[in-house]
Design a protein around this ligand. Structure first.
Ligand code: SAH
Length: 250
């Protein structure tokens, strides 16, 4: 079981697989006012940076599930490196439908809401693992400015304009699901550059190391086109943020 190989190539050197910088990730952890021993469930935990650094910095415990063999392995190495193997457990697997045995304090899906079939479905899934009064954390893109054409949306690697909301629409949508938005940390363009531009050097080095790989043409084409695509579309049109939600009382 694995994710499409292209992501394991282009994001192999990423610790954070989203437009957050390490500082933003720490800001989010602080914003959530985590207490030592709080348990955080993370669906699509990537290379485990959120759980591992929050375990080190805020004393949380956690469970992360990710479908990428490579990212899962990197997460285990990171936990070892930061001395938090006794606090964090990583599972290699499909997080779709995953429900924790024991209710958690924070249930997160940061940049992988397709796992629950979209934002609403993922909130529903996470809610099944959450203790009463716990926090759901959703990381999701939104339109900084609405693309004037579908071509521009596709340039941002969306299938259509309808794939994402504007920030006001996204925030309002949480309310419509009967959740309070209780915290929010938004990425910025510098963070987007770290996420996207870091792929370019990784691709370049990978091409030098793997000239005869069956993927080399695909990676070559991406490295040729990605910098211009990114600065033309994603950088100006797409925002990204993590939103902390608490269910409104009945
Ligand atoms: N939350 C992490 C990773 C976000 S990238 C971070 O912010 O760094 C999206 C992640 O979802 C990738 O690590 C990918 O391997 C994982 N993924 C994709 N489909 C998945 C699935 N069905 N189950 C579990 N993980 C999945």
């Amino acid at each position: 079981m694995d994710i499409p190989r292209i992501f394991n190539i282009t994001e192999s050197a990423h610790r954070i697989h989203n437009p957050y910088t390490p500082e933003k990730l720490a800001t989010l952890g602080a914003a959530l006012r985590l207490k030592p021993g709080d348990h955080v469930l993370d669906l699509g935990s990537g290379s485990g940076e959120m759980l591992c650094t929050w375990a080190r910095d805020y004393g949380i415990t956690g469970t992360g599930i990710d479908m990428s063999q490579l990212f899962f392995k990197q997460a285990e190495l990171r936990a070892d490196e930061l001395g938090v193997v006794d606090k964090i457990r990583f599972i290699h697997g499909d997080a779709a439908g995953y429900i924790a045995d024991k209710k958690v304090d924070v249930a997160a899906c940061v940049g992988a809401t397709w796992i629950g079939g979209g934002v609403a479905g993922t909130i529903k899934l996470l809610a099944q693992s959450l203790r009463t009064g716990g926090i759901i954390l959703i990381g999701e893109p939104y339109w900084l400015q609405l693309p004037p054409t579908e071509t521009i949306a596709k340039g941002c690697l969306a299938n259509a304009i309808a794939d994402f909301c504007t920030l006001p629409e996204l925030v309002a949508s949480f309310g419509e699901l009967n959740y309070d938005v209780v915290e929010m940390v938004l990425a910025d363009q510098d963070g987007w550059d770290r996420y996207e531009a870091a792929k370019w050097l990784t691709m370049r080095r990978w091409l030098e190391d793997n000239p005869n790989d069956e993927f080399s043409k695909e990676v070559r084409d991406l490295l040729t086109t990605e910098p211009k695509r990114y600065v033309t579309y994603t950088r100006d049109y797409l925002g990204w943020g993590a939103f902390a939600l608490m269910a409104r009382q009945e």
